[in-house]
Design a protein around this ligand. Structure first.
Ligand SMILES: [Zn+2]
Length: 474
């Protein structure tokens, strides 16, 4: 009988589950220590193993060899759960069993002890789809669950599960599966199925699947059917309408090397080859994302699949750019998605592309400042002199700094206060002049300005008298 890849390679044991180690460990521990909850909520995106893990858990609870940390998968109970015909494990698709009658039947059924297993396990798929009436009926069951019953609610949209139900469940959040893990799985399947493959082709599928192993397996199956000789990159590109790596690199090079016309004619060529503007757009987003991750991680991050050539090329192109500059470009590109879905996708793509050129030239403000500061280090000014003086003669630098000084041409003006009169009279002035000469490489004249701030108190008094017209005594 023909079975699809996803079903044939569905994990049957905890040890075969990909990408959810935190959940597997917790579930296994709950069996090990006999702490089984009445209700579990499995949340997460589609195709990451929620229902598979629910079935494995059901097997582990009902395995004839006793509740097992790993089900044997050989006993009658295990085998009939795998076959979907075990009387005590009931799978309900909430999307189709939304009627209140269905839930009433369920509420009736849970009262009876399991017929063959240790636990009655109800797996409620897409559980956010229940109607409010069905939900309320279900809630009553959850409030007083019989000892031998375990509910496993699976959902892709936990925010739609009401708090009353949520609070009665032990919640698990499933993760998206990393590209690298997906590539490894696809490789394993190809090997066991005896199918030849390009690693690049598998990487493309992993990228397309966006964290869903089931989607990736579905793509693999399509590619296997497309070409009996093996899974090859050109086939995969054509099959899924993906713009080839070469073309995408062409775009990246034109952007990062400032070749606007080259980029625009690439758009023309790619469309002539039959690619939709949106496909080109998606390819660019994916490529920039990889580039950004490479920059941030200073190499390939552990979850990303990237070939050595791709990595080398991307690092070369982005060598003169900081990660946040690439981030700006990516952010801009993603915001343009709506534009790409509008009436003139080709025009939109051209506009986005031209703006990417502009963005690649605009450096981040912070970086510009840094660069200016770096350049400023070469020019000689008062600020630079004070730092120089600080290193040479800290005391002198502090005096000059706190008095306040400014430069005009080759004259240094220092505003002098009485208590620092010593600056005028002693060797300090000579020392200052020597340092100025050393720093600026030419003689600088030192001029003192008397500070006029020290107005005498009786001047204030007579001023006040004048303003308030206070007459002197007789
Ligand atoms: Zn068993």
């Amino acid at each position: 009988m023909y079975t699809v890849i996803a079903r044939r390679w569905r994990p049957r044991r905890f040890g075969e589950v990909v990408g959810q180690p935190h959940i597997v460990t917790t579930l296994q521990n709950s069996i090990r220590f006999g702490r089984i909850s009445h209700a579990y909520l499995f949340c997460g995106p589609r195709g990451v193993g929620k229902t598979s893990l629910a079935r494995i858990f059901a097997k582990a609870l009902n395995c004839e060899k006793g509740p097992q940390v790993e089900p044997c998968c050989e006993c009658e109970n295990c085998l009939s759960i795998d076959g979907g015909n075990f009387v005590d494990v009931v799978e309900i698709d909430a999307a189709s069993a939304r009627r209140i009658e269905d839930i009433r039947e369920l509420s009736e059924a849970v009262r009876y002890v399991p017929l063959r297993g240790r636990y009655k396990v109800y797996i409620l798929d897409e559980s956010h789809m229940l109607t409010p009436e069905a939900r309320n009926a279900f809630l009553k069951t959850l409030e007083e669950p019989p000892a031998h019953t375990v509910f496993i609610l699976a959902t892709t949209e936990p925010q739609k599960i009401p708090q009353t139900i949520m609070s009665r469940c032990q919640r698990f959040d499933f993760r998206r599966i990393s590209e690298r893990d997906i590539v490894e799985q696809l490789k394993m399947i190809c090997k066991k199925e005896g199918v030849k493959y390009d690693e690049e082709a598998l990487a493309i599928m992993a990228e397309e699947a966006d964290g869903s192993l089931r989607d990736a397996q579905f793509l693999l199956e399509k590619a296997m059917n497309y070409n009996q000789d093996g899974v090859k990159e050109p086939d995969v590109l054509q099959l899924f309408g993906i713009v080839g790596r070469e073309t995408i690199f062409g775009f990246l090079s034109s952007i990062f090397e400032g070749d606007v016309r080259g980029g625009l004619s690439l758009v023309e060529q790619a469309i002539e080859k039959g690619h939709e503007p949106y496909e080109i757009y998606r390819g660019l987003v994916q490529a920039l994302r990889k580039m950004l991750l490479l920059k941030v991680y200073e190499g390939p991050p552990p979850f990303l699949y990237i070939s050595a050539r791709e990595q080398e090329e991307m690092l070369r192109l982005s060598a003169d750019h900081e990660y946040y500059e690439i981030q700006n470009m990516l952010f801009y590109l993603i915001r343009g998605e709506e534009l790409m879905r509008a009436s003139f996708p080709k025009l939109s793509l051209e506009v986005l592309l031209i703006n990417l050129f502009n963005l690649s030239k605009i450096k981040d403000v912070e970086r510009l400042m840094e660069e200016l500061e770096e350049k400023g280090k070469g020019t000689k000014d008062l600020h630079g002199f004070l730092s120089f003086l600080q290193e040479r003669r800290p005391l002198l630098a502090n005096i000059v700094g706190s008095l306040g000084a400014n430069m005009e041409g080759n004259r240094l003006f220092v505003r002098l206060e009485e208590e620092y009169g010593l600056l005028r009279d002693t060797d300090m002035k000579e020392e200052l002049k020597a340092c100025l000469r050393e720093y600026f490489g030419e003689p600088i004249e030192v001029c003192f300005e008397e500070k006029r701030g020290a107005v005498k108190i009786d001047e204030y008094v007579s001023e006040a008298k004048r303003v308030f017209e206070i007459k002197e005594g007789p």
